[in-house]
Design a protein around this ligand. Structure first.
Ligand code: NAP
Length: 299
């Protein structure tokens, strides 16, 4: 029996672990992929209070080491089910806890067009910082108009020979500072008011068909396509025990409390106005403190 099982080892989950371990609780962290969550894709973080500049991977590794140094235990298993009785079933085992913190974050939104799965790793990627280096001197495109897409395009412009930025509207939602930085890059070309219609190629992605707002279809030859169109939550497995909103985010009261006593949610997985590193670690600490209070009260 664990005091707290934390599902997800991103910034929210690891922060919960940090607080719970410092309160001497017996903690298990379950993670399906690798520690760090989405933040490992951030080339540079410049808006975390007290840290002027740090890469996403360094931030995640520091936090991970902080947790491990406190005796934190992470098992790399995929959670398949969580019951109201706080029994967590993974692909390998069953675990029981007094409290559960859901910190499963979000995953990349897909374009949902034909052949998208087929070309992953074969010319199509959701992570410029992970895969950008494969495209030295090549032609690539980034889809999206938010901070991620613009940051990805800036990053790729130093590696690839040409970077197309494809956006479905005529203006970006990214921060002005980033847009200005991108506009100063000589090898970046903008394709606005356009959607990707088709991915073409045999074994590897070779070109895409684009449709603009006048219904004109254009073929664009490229070596790599980076999709950066936002994120969707990973909460389907919790749908029978907690309430989800129409987009699949967990509804919580008092920030982190789900409708089940002793089951909390922290980070991007919940309904909230701002999904940032700062708000994820804030949730992580609040959820841990709520869980610690409940455990101590029932002892
Ligand atoms: P986002 O802000 O939600 O932007 C998603 C972009 O993808 C939008 O331009 C959207 O277009 C477009 N899009 C959505 N669905 C699409 C579809 N089916 N087809 C084509 N385009 C589609 O996502 P994000 O850029 O990943 O950022 C997520 C959060 O992380 C934001 O709060 C962001 O500020 C933050 N972030 C911060 C930093 C930083 O501080 N350094 C870095 C990265 C991300 P529309 O505008 O037309 O909807």
């Amino acid at each position: 029996m664990y005091d707290i099982i934390i599902i997800g080892a991103g910034p929210a989950g690891l922060t919960s672990a940090l607080y719970a371990l410092r309160a001497n609780k017996k903690v298990l962290i379950l993670e399906s992929k690798s520690y760090g969550g989405q933040i490992i894709n951030a080339k540079e973080i410049e808006n975390y209070p007290g840290i002027k500049k740090i890469s996403g991977i360094d931030f995640a590794t520091n936090l991970y080491n902080q947790v491990i140094d406190l005796g934190g235990k992470i098992l790399y298993e995929t959670v398949n089910n969580v019951s109201k009785e706080k029994i967590v079933t993974t692909n390998k085992n069953k675990y029981e806890a007094k409290c559960i913190i859901i910190a499963t974050g979000v995953q990349n939104r897909k374009l949902n067009i034909n052949n998208e799965e087929k070309f992953i790793g074969k010319g199509l990627s959701y992570c410029a910082t992970c895969d950008g280096n494969f495209y030295k001197g090549k032609t690539v495109a980034v889809v999206g108009g938010g901070n991620t897409a613009i940051e990805d395009a800036i990053y790729l412009s130093d590696i690839a020979s040409i970077v197309y930025v494809i956006h479905r509207r005529d203006e970006f939602s990214a921060e002005k500072k980033l847009i200005n930085e991108l506009k100063n890059k000589k090898n970046v070309k903008f394709i606005m008011n356009s959607n990707i219609l088709k991915l073409n190629g045999n074994d590897y992605l070779e070109s895409i068909d684009l449709k603009d707002n006048k219904n004109t279809i254009t073929n664009l030859k490229l070596d790599g396509l980076f999709i950066a169109i936002g994120h969707v939550p990973n909460n389907i497995m919790f749908k029978d025990i907690v309430d989800l909103d129409e987009y699949g985010y967990i509804i919580a009261k008092n920030e982190v409390c789900t409708k089940v006593d002793g089951i909390y949610v922290a980070g991007d997985a919940r309904v909230k106005n701002l999904r940032q590193l700062t708000t994820a670690v804030s949730d992580g600490s609040i959820a841990a403190v709520e869980a610690i209070k409940r455990i101590n009260m029932n002892n």
